[in-house]
Design a protein around this ligand. Sequence first.
Ligand code: MG
Length: 274
Amino acid sequence: MRDLEVGVFLHSLGIRDPAEAVRKAHELGFTCIQMGALPEEYRTPEKHRALLDLIKELSINVSAVCASFAGESYKDIETVKETVGYRNPELRQVRIQRTLEIADEAVAFGAPIITTHIGVLPKDESDSIYQGMLEAVKHIGHELDALNLTFALETGQESAAEMKRFLEAVGRDNVRINFDPANMILYGTGNPIEALEVLKGYIAHVHVKDGHWPPEPGKLGSEARLGEGDVNIPAYVAKLKEIGYRGPLTIEREAGTTRIPDLQASKKMLEELR
Ligand code: MG
């Protein structure tokens, strides 16, 4: 895979079936994809094998697999706090276990990275929820090390400085960042270009997504077509190059009814910018 290969996060295609989505990504000219965890009906050896064969046959690289969990909702900030990642102590153990199952899928796909949203960190680092989330991430990092996998935590719900302190507290070389510039804008947690400077030693994987700032504090911003939001995509790509990032530029599109043309335009834009 070349440096700064333009990739796509498979769910951006708006196609639920992974094999169908892989075929469509290939048809659009993508050779690098990020996958989600496999849906229930794919968790049989036959289905899994067929998908692996397809990916191999089409010479597609899987750069990362995203761990997400049943019951997560990004409706608004309060719902994100209640439902996303390892924050809820009652769901934490089950989700750690599920992450490790997804890690096995990543190994099978030849992906070196698992990404996830860990959930909103409490501001008080002595809070038992903060400490529980820290222990969860340390534990998963330790387990993934044996599989040669990196655990990349997605940005957005924390400021860059808070994320950096958390990573320092984790203190593991295989726990890094999946940088999503739009999330920082959607959650109002800071200028993403400046955040890259703060987190530059920690970036394992990136999303290329655009968005608008929240209309008022406490609300979420809205996703935009690449180049039409507030990220400043040319400056983002330039900054990634400046800090020495060489991994894929994985396009993510989670909204809108014109996904395919949007992805085609985004791919073209990034191929010119990289
Ligand atoms: Mg993202």
